[in-house]
Ligand binder design. Structure first.
Ligand SMILES: [Fe+2]
Length: 280
């Protein structure tokens, strides 16, 4: 299901994504620059060898350092510019694309044992978080990763409903007290208090499809794909970046994935960034 072969033109690529295909494409100068920037920030904040930072810091200390970096990467114009260039390399031109900026994800060794991290492992569709069905998720890793430290798709569920409570998610309420909760940079206990969309009952979603990848390679998939982060106890922390893209012309034409079971409220799209907004 995960293809390394890029369709001949950008429009065909985007239509394939809306149809549920997943692409793992080669790194570009922009993706490597974004990953390099994030890695430099991690080393500045956590010292050398960030992948073993969990051996040197407590959970609370790590949350403080990582929160600062998450905020930087999500808000800095330089990170936006690199993300926009990376997206333009894979079918989402700067002129036509709005994006929800990159989030730094940190899957620490044995983090699945921490109740605060529980929502990270919920199987979900990104569209359950009030993204439009035209949304495409762009994902890249800060290091070369093995298959058992990334995440998996359940391809059969792209077009088949999963029983869920996504109606609990109200975008406007989520961002009403500032964006700290949205990005996760301030309140370490937020995940214990907030309600995130989750699956009800079911646990057999059909065959899982995973992947390994090299640093900076670009994974693209519809935000309507049902997927799940893998818990890991490999003795190292996994760092990745992901952002959401909407091709505004496609969106206006009604293109996108089917909505088979999403009932979240509100829309994240008005808060997406368009790069020309930031031109001096
Ligand atoms: Fe996701």
């Amino acid at each position: 299901m995960i293809s390394r072969r890029r369709p001949p033109d950008d429009e065909t690529l985007r239509r394939a994504l809306y149809d549920g295909e997943v692409f793992l494409l080669p790194s570009t100068d922009a993706s490597l620059a974004l990953v390099g920037m994030a890695n430099d920030s991690l080393r500045r904040e956590l010292g050398d060898d960030p992948r073993h930072a969990h051996e040197r810091f407590t959970d609370e200390e790590l949350f403080g350092h990582i929160g600062k970096l998450r905020r930087e990467i999500y808000t800095q114009p330089h990170a936006h510019a690199l993300l926009a260039e990376m997206a333009a390399n894979v079918g989402f031109s700067v002129r036509d694309t709005a994006f929800d900026p990159a989030r730094l994800r940190v899957i620490a060794h044995r983090a699945f044992e921490n109740p605060r991290a529980a929502p990270v492992y919920y199987p979900h569709r990104d569209t359950w978080y009030a993204h439009p069905t035209s949304v495409v998720t762009i994902w890249t890793a800060l290091d070369d990763l093995e298959e058992d430290e990334t995440f998996v798709f359940f391809p059969e569920r792209f077009s088949r409903p999963v029983d869920n409570d996504s109606e609990v998610f109200d975008y406007d309420e989520w961002v009403s007290r500032g964006w700290s909760l949205k990005i996760g940079w301030q309140d370490r206990d937020a995940s214990l208090k907030a309600r995130y969309p989750s699956v009800l009952g079911e646990s057999d979603y059909g065959p899982a499809e995973g992947f390994s990848c090299a640093r900076g390679e670009i994974l693209l998939f519809s935000g309507a794909h049902f997927h799940k982060t893998l818990p890991q106890a490999l003795g190292r922390t996994r760092f990745s970046l992901d952002a959401r893209l909407v091709h505004l012309r496609d969106h206006a034409r009604g293109l996108g994935a089917p909505n088979v079971d999403g009932r979240s409220r509100g829309s994240a799209l008005p808060d997406y960034v368009q790069l020309h907004d930031e031109a001096p």
